[in-house]
Design a binder for this molecule. Structure first.
Ligand SMILES: Nc1ncnc2c1ncn2[C@@H]1O[C@H](COP(=O)(O)OP(=O)(O)O)[C@@H](O)[C@H]1O
Ligand SMILES: Cc1cn([C@H]2C[C@H](O)[C@@H](COP(=O)(O)O)O2)c(=O)[nH]c1=O
Length: 219
């Protein structure tokens, strides 16, 4: 049975790498995939992984209709055995419905990849719809880690290393960015709730206001 699968996780946990691996494994066995993306950091029409691999993809803008595109392609004699959609959090809920229809009416597997929640730990609309419609939600097994060593479960947006909670839901960007730029950092829930990034935890540790534990308990 064809399936709609949502591969989900934080930023930087290997989603795009897995998308490229699925594509590689299937294409080397003669299957033909149709690859979509939306607002990849590498630029329009690209699906890229931080491991350095990149492939061409069809850019799915706001008004893009996945179902109509696949029907057109197949009815013109084109071939498609499966579909990959990266950065699926950026898709509109209606576009996720179209992907579900591709599975149900065209009989193709659809593999969607995306982060579940934004920098305020709210669901992206596209991810919400995927959770509602997917046959399976797979959480990636390679854990991204918080600076404290715990499993990272949340995405923080940072400016100058400090976590921010105001701003547009969508700002394309990357982890490990230079201090003064808008960037992202993955954190465990505890540190996301406390707005403690690697930079601010380091600053706290170096602050003369922070007493060593012994001195604090004696005072
Ligand atoms: N230099 C490196 N060496 C080994 N693995 C790396 C390196 N850089 C990135 N990675 C791996 O790539 C993962 C990020 O992959 P990517 O597909 O770009 O993530 P996502 O799409 O989830 O944001 C990291 O979690 C890490 O496991
Ligand atoms: C948390 C968060 C992220 N984004 C953007 C930043 C990146 O461009 C992508 C995630 O890409 P990745 O391959 O999973 O690293 O999403 C955003 O726009 N808003 C957010 O709140």
């Amino acid at each position: 049975m064809p399936e709609l699968v949502f591969f989900s996780g934080t930023m930087d946990c290997g989603k795009s790498t897995l998308a490229l691996q699925i594509e590689h494994n299937r294409s080397t066995r003669g299957l033909k995939g149709m690859i979509f993306t939306r607002d990849d950091r590498a630029g329009e029409g690209k699906l890229s992984s931080r491991l350095g691999l990149v492939t061409d993809a069809i850019e799915a803008a706001d008004d893009f209709d996945f179902y109509a595109h696949l029907v057109d392609h197949l009815s013109q004699g084109g071939r498609a055995d499966y579909v990959i959609a990266d950065e699926a959090q950026f898709l509109a809920p209606g576009q996720i419905d179209q992907l579900a229809r591709v599975v149900d009416d065209l009989g193709l597997d659809v593999f969607a990849f995306g982060i579940t929640t934004d920098f305020r730990s709210k669901l992206f609309p596209g991810s919400q719809r995927l959770v509602e419609l997917a046959d399976r939600v797979e959480v990636l097994q390679v854990e991204a880690l918080c600076w404290c060593g715990a499993r990272a479960t949340h995405n923080a947006r940072t400016i100058g290393g400090a976590m921010v909670v105001e701003g547009a839901q969508v700002v394309v960007g990357d982890v490990n960015h230079a201090a003064d730029e808008v960037g992202y950092e993955v954190l465990c829930r505890r540190h996301h709730r406390r707005r403690m990034t690697a930079a601010s935890s380091h600053a706290g540790a170096l602050s003369p206001d922070v007493l060593p534990v012994d001195a604090a308990t004696r005072a």
